[in-house]
Structure formats: C-alpha cells, structure tokens
Write a protein that binds this ligand. Structure first.
Ligand SMILES: [Zn+2]
Length: 238
C-alpha cells in the first residue's frame, strides 16, 4: 500500500502539480545572499514557508547525491525567449544553494538519460502522461508535473517518441507570458524549485517561489526552505 502523507491510502497514484501564473512585471534581482560560510550539513530548524502546501503535506526530493539531468526541448528561437538559457541559469542558481548530500542539477543534451524535461508551451508534448495522473496545465504560466507511484517513488514517464529513459518530472513553461528573458529566467527558476523538492509557494515577492516569480536567484528564505526539506524524511523520491 502506498501511503503518502495525508493522501488517502486507497489512492495509489496521484498527480502532484504546481503552477505559477506569470504577469508582466519587470525583473527585480534579489539581493545576493552570502552563503559561502553556511555549513551545508546543518539542517535549519524550520522552513521559511511550507514546502508542502501544494502537495497536501507530501514531502519529496531526489535520492541522496542524485545527479539530476535536465533536458530542454528545442524551442523556436526569438519570440518565445530562450528556454535553454533560462534553464542553464536556473540550474546554476539552485546548485549554489548548500545542499549537503542533496541533488546536483546538470543540463543534458541526451533525452535518454534525462530525469527532467523542460519544454515550451508551443512545442508538442514530449512525454506520455502517466495513466493515473492527468497532465492538466490549463493556462498556467509554469507547470511542474510528476506522478506518485507505488513504493514511494515517482512514476517513470514515457517519452512521446517511444524512446527509453528515466524521466520522472516534466516542466511546461509559457514563454509568451514571461516579461522578456529576465521574466523567463524567473519563471524557469521557480519551476526548477518545484522540481528539486519545494512543493509550496512563498508569500514574499523577494523569493523565487513567490507565485508570480520576479527573481531568479534563490533568496535566503528559499535556501532555508530547501535545506530544511532536504534534511527531512520524505514520502516520495523523484
Ligand atoms: Zn509554483
């Protein structure tokens, strides 16, 4: 029996999704947090905002020391911004957070070894949604999707072209709703925050995990929340 936090035990599969709605706002970079002297082995006593508010109390993360490979679907250049550049910057931003034995993000150019796919709304859906979890981004500016399967693991998703792989997380972004490249950077960083374990939103606009993200660099509060999460037992491994 697969029991995930407050998820009903009879519910073997459950779509876990989080979304961000972009509005046209100028990018405001967060004040850089000085983290160099911050020990990654010390787990904060509390989170700054609840990292499970969107998952019904379910905590999730990657395996210990997991190298999480992120693949970016090719996107038409120009009008839709540069999703790949935003992903590369977002990956670098989250990798700067002291994480102890937590994940490391990498960008990969190989679909077959990717754990996460990021794609723009205009591209064909590159994955086959799990049968038990509807893929329903609606009009969200950003949408992060994964599906809890048996055994406390996320379901492995199939690629729509039939190729094999280890994919478990999909991120759809609507670049047309982002305010230029800076806004796209903030949106992608936000969704990557969901993909590394933050299943909640902040009410502080200075945080990447604010629902209408305006900054692309994790704040001290984002950092505290992620590090708290990584120090907890979890109900779901991605
Ligand atoms: Zn969100």
């Amino acid at each position: 029996m697969n029991r995930l936090g407050c998820v009903r035990p009879t519910q073997r599969r459950r779509a876990l999704w989080v979304r961000a709605v972009r509005r046209a706002r100028p990018l405001a970079w967060a004040t850089a947090c000085l983290l160099a002297c911050d020990s990654p082995t010390v787990v904060p006593a509390a989170f700054a905002y609840d990292p499970t508010s969107l998952t019904g109390g379910v905590r999730y993360r990657w395996s210990t020391n997991q190298r999480v490979r992120v693949f970016v679907e090719p996107t038409a250049s120009g009008t839709q911004g540069d999703v790949r550049a935003a992903v590369e910057r977002g990956v670098a931003q989250w990798n700067r957070v002291p994480r102890g034995d937590g994940f490391t993000l990498d960008v990969t150019s190989t679909r077959s070894n990717a754990h996460v796919v990021v794609f723009e709304r205009a591209t064909p859906l590159p994955l086959v949604p799990d049968a038990g979890c509807p893929f329903s981004p609606g009009s969200a500016g950003g949408y992060t999707y994964f599906c809890a399967a048996a055994g406390g693991r996320a379901a492995t998703l199939r690629w729509s072209d039939g190729g094999a792989g280890v994919l478990s997380v999909a991120i759809r972004v609507d670049a047309g709703r982002a305010d230029g490249q800076g806004g796209l950077d903030a949106l992608v960083a936000h969704e990557l925050g969901h993909a590394v374990g933050i299943g909640g939103h902040s009410d502080d606009s200075g945080d990447v995990m604010f629902p209408q993200p305006r900054v692309a660099a994790p704040s001290g509060r984002d950092t505290q929340t992620l590090r708290w999460l990584l120090g907890q037992s979890v109900q779901l491994i991605l």
